[in-house]
Design a protein around this ligand. Structure first.
Ligand SMILES: O=C(O)c1cc(C(=O)O)c2c(n1)C(=O)C(=O)c1cc(C(=O)O)[nH]c1-2
Length: 361
């Protein structure tokens, strides 16, 4: 992904590329279109998403994981050669496992449970964005309807997945306190499975794309698949980042989650806030300016909290993306004061609001 591959010029679409030129052209497609470049992944890896935004990603991505073996069964059904099927069927085994409780889908369920979901809610696929479903299903239809060469070429995004997986695992472990190595165990196996699968598919495509037209089809198939991945992230971004327009019936924060452990509910149900936490207002709680009284209040269902000027300045910066430390830095710049001293003060204030359940982290 880091290397620069030459973009084939227009004349190349007419001429037969050597196998290595074809590989370079395929890698170039990934370098320009793979979802590692998508803003949603940047936010995910850099720790810029709230816990609910990470949950939305885990939930929607479950649908992709669950349908990959369906896709591979459709590819398998196109293969008339037993030696090809023998290799390809391993992909289905990798995702389904040989026993209940085994395999990639199961590991993805663990990931979803690790970020708080109830297993049955995830399995039900209620709450998955329609756009996610459309995009994943387009992939399944594509491999069923196009040629075997195109079906195989469309899996070649996996050439690029080890890079994004390494970046994601390192970034998420570093940047989110609710993510553990166990939660991300899904990706451990992918680091060996993906290169093995991609090597086989690449070799097949280089050997079988023997005319300019077939080479063009292979490149178009990989482009299509990059778009399958990209549009899933577009949908997540639109619904859960900006403008934050969640479609009817799609998952909303708070739904399908396991109740917090009793330990977390002790002492008012909330552990103390720390500088890395990214506080946000829970659903239904709003910062409003009360015109008649000329002051800001926090409106919660059936309750109103008066706020002093300091609380208002802090709450205006509370958006689920900024950490407490970042809020303190910003206030330090505005009021020309020591941000660490501000941080200590606002941690106490935020804890007070969290205990009243008008703030969460
Ligand atoms: O984490 C990722 O970014 C990522 C990307 C891709 C990919 O590039 O298609 C796959 C996976 N993961 C994956 O886990 C997986 O099982 C998988 C199967 C396929 C495929 O097209 O057959 N791609 C991918």
């Amino acid at each position: 992904m880091n290397a620069v591959f030459p973009t084939p010029d227009a004349a190349d679409s007419q001429r037969l590329l050597s196998p290595d030129e074809l590989e370079a052209a395929l890698r170039d497609i990934g370098a320009r279109r793979y979802h590692i470049l998508h803003p949603f992944h940047r936010l995910l890896h850099d720790g810029k998403l709230s816990k609910d935004q990470v949950r939305a990603w885990a939930l929607n991505r479950y649908y992709y994981q669950a349908m990959i073996p369906v896709k591979d069964a459709a590819v398998l059904a196109r293969m008339t050669d037993a030696s090809l099927r023998r290799v390809w069927r391993q992909r289905i085994v990798d995702h389904d496992g040989d026993h209940p409780g085994d395999g990639g889908i199961e590991r993805w369920l663990k990931l979803a449970e690790g970020v708080g979901f109830e297993r049955d809610y995830v399995l039900s696929t209620r709450g998955i964005l329609s756009a996610t479903k459309f995009s994943v299903e387009a992939y399944v239809h594509f491999v069923a309807e196009k040629s075997l060469l195109e079906a195989i070429a469309s899996s070649l995004t996996e050439m690029f997945s080890p890079t994004i997986i390494s970046e994601r695992v390192a970034g998420m472990l570093k940047n989110y306190d609710f993510i553990t190595k166990d939660t991300l165990a899904y990706f451990d196996k992918r680091l060996t499975q993906a290169p093995r699968d991609a090597d086989f598919a690449l070799d097949y495509v280089k050997t079988h794309a023997t005319t300019p037209e077939l080479q063009r089809q292979a490149m178009a198939a990989l482009t299509f698949k990059c778009n399958v991945l990209w549009t899933q992230l577009d949908a997540l971004y639109f619904a859960y980042v900006a403008p934050g327009m969640i479609p009817p019936d799609a998952w909303t924060p708070g739904t399908g989650l396991v109740a917090e452990a009793p330990a977390a509910q002790a002492s008012g149900g909330v552990r103390k806030m720390v500088a890395d936490d990214r506080p946000r207002l829970p659903r239904g709680v709003r910062l409003r300016h009360d015109e008649t009284r000329g002051k800001h209040v926090l409106l919660a269902p059936e309750r109103t909290f008066d706020l002093d000027d300091n609380a208002v300045a802090v709450l205006k910066l509370v958006d689920g993306n900024r950490s407490v430390a970042a809020i303190a830095d910003e206030l330090g710049r505005t009021y020309v004061a020591d941000p660490r001293a501000i941080e200590a003060d606002i941690l106490v204030m935020l804890d007070g609001l969290a205990e009243k359940r008008v703030l969460e982290r």
